[in-house]
Design a binder for this molecule. Structure first.
Ligand SMILES: [Zn+2]
Length: 473
């Protein structure tokens, strides 16, 4: 465990991944990756190398799933990999926001979390139903769930809806490490049910006190009266005029306060007390043949938010994890690279971080996608409600009551106990570990590596042709 430390990885990053091309991109207008503002080209590198990437693997053990002799997911597993990337990002966020632990400061913890996604789970994950499974989200586990639920055979391609549903099923198991205190709600066809988010965040189905106050309908009616969308239109019309921006700023803060007040009025404060974070995946179609430019514009607005945790998407039949945008391009982590499934622990950790990120233009993007949001608390939810209202003119998302939504079966007391245990475990686990910066992302290190290498760099083409419709950053 100790060997997977600061020195090895930082050295490896500065020698193998100098990210030359990333340094070259100058942000012209604006950029946001994983909800973080990108101002300088170094910022792109900083956020991208802190994002876990999974790719195709080869050489995993055959017959681990429904007697399939497949030993690789090359050519069919990209959607599964993107689903894993979503889950890894959520776990990273969850540890940081909910448990206040930075995954990158504790190598053994990072190893432990990545282990959950390891490709060769040797039937381990089948035991997950009785005891905590260290392979919670392995590809074999996902395939087993998909086979059990829909008879999906190994080697078959998944739709974004299916991978999200498979992960949802896995999360229904109550004993997956690091997932305690994290609810997950998938929404389909751009429809969001606030009731479901509240139920999951507060782990409460209905108001059980005498007040009997849990009326999302009335909340939404009153929300309409705030006319939040109109104020946004003013902002658009006035462009960057600083005076109107200031007015808008005041107005938006005021409106968020109002949303908070309305929630207090229509949702029982006594029964609905947030106990955990909720991840939301909004699955949408943003056009028939081509993506609607207005919707893409709205997506960029959501990508600026700190609750944004990635987007399932890509080109038709080629899934990617979309992490943000820079100017008019989306920034993409690509799973279409075949790596070995069997690696020693050090190599495995290294292999889970991107050596590159790609650009993708609006035209290439597939119309079927899933925006992922990590809502740490009620403030994040208020922010999301405000943002959805602000973009209601283009009718991108709408609030709805989803009939078939079923409230989680996880018991609140059980969840609270597990959250407490997780806190204790992390304290015990991490206290003896000296905090280490695994990826040692002092930009100066990279610049040094970059300049040392600049002579040979000059002789090489800057942009490697990966695919005709992609550009390397
Ligand atoms: Zn109540």
């Amino acid at each position: 465990m100790q060997s997977i430390g600061n020195q090895i990885l930082s050295k490896w990053y500065s020698t193998n991944y100098t990210y030359r091309a990333l340094f070259q991109y100058e942000v012209k207008e604006e950029g946001y990756i994983m909800g973080q503002l990108i101002e300088r080209n170094e910022d792109i590198l900083d956020v991208v190398v802190h994002t876990i990437r999974f790719t195709y693997r080869q050489g995993f053990q055959a017959y681990q799933c429904q007697d399939s002799a497949l030993t690789t997911d090359s050519g069919w597993g990209c959607v599964i990999r993107v689903g894993q990337m979503m889950m890894a990002e959520l776990l990273k966020r969850h540890l940081k926001c909910f448990y206040k632990v930075d995954l990158f400061s504790f190598p053994p913890l990072l190893q432990d979390v990545l282990q959950m996604f390891k490709d060769d789970d040797d039937m381990e994950s089948q035991k997950g139903f009785s005891k905590p499974s260290k392979y919670g989200f392995s590809i074999q586990k996902i395939m087993r769930v998909a086979y059990k639920e829909w008879g999906k055979k190994p080697g078959e391609w998944y739709s974004p809806n299916q991978i999200v549903q498979a992960i949802y099923k896995i999360l229904q198991e109550i004993n997956i490490p690091y997932c305690y205190g994290l609810g997950f709600v998938p929404f389909y066809e751009s429809q969001i049910d606030l009731r479901a988010i509240f139920q999951e965040m507060c782990m409460m189905e209905d108001c059980v006190c005498q007040k009997k106050v849990f009326s999302i309908e009335q909340f939404l009616k009153s929300l309409e009266k705030l006319e939040i969308g109109k104020e946004e239109m003013v902002q658009v019309m006035h462009g960057n005029d600083s005076i109107s921006d200031v007015c808008c700023e005041d107005q938006s803060e005021q409106n968020k306060k109002e949303i908070g007040n309305l929630l207090k009025k229509y949702i029982c404060q006594k029964c609905f007390v947030p106990v955990r974070a909720v991840a939301v995946c909004l699955l949408s179609r943003i056009g028939c043949d081509e993506p609607n430019p207005d919707y893409l514009q709205a997506i960029r607005q959501f990508m600026k938010k700190k609750y944004f945790a990635g987007m399932l998407g890509g080109r038709p039949k080629e899934a990617n994890f979309i992490v943000g945008f820079v100017d008019n391009k989306f920034v993409v982590l690509d799973p279409h690279l075949v790596q070995e499934a069997k690696m020693n622990p050090e190599e495995y950790i290294k292999s889970c971080f991107p050596g590159e990120a790609l650009f993708m233009s609006d035209k290439e993007i597939d119309c079927s996608l899933g925006l992922v949001f990590y809502l740490k608390n009620l403030d994040d939810l208020i922010e999301l409600i405000y943002d959805i209202q602000a973009h209601q003119q283009i009718n991108f998302f709408s609030f709805a009551h989803i009939q078939h939504w079923k409230y989680t079966e996880t018991k609140k007391e059980d969840q609270i106990r597990r959250i407490r245990e997780m806190h204790e475990f992390l304290n015990e686990f991490l206290v003896p570990q000296q905090q280490q910066q695994i990826l040692n992302l002092e930009i100066s290190t990279y610049q040094e590596a970059y300049s040392n290498d600049s002579a040979s760099f000059d002789q090489q083409p800057i942009l490697k042709e990966i695919d005709s419709s992609y550009e390397e950053i």
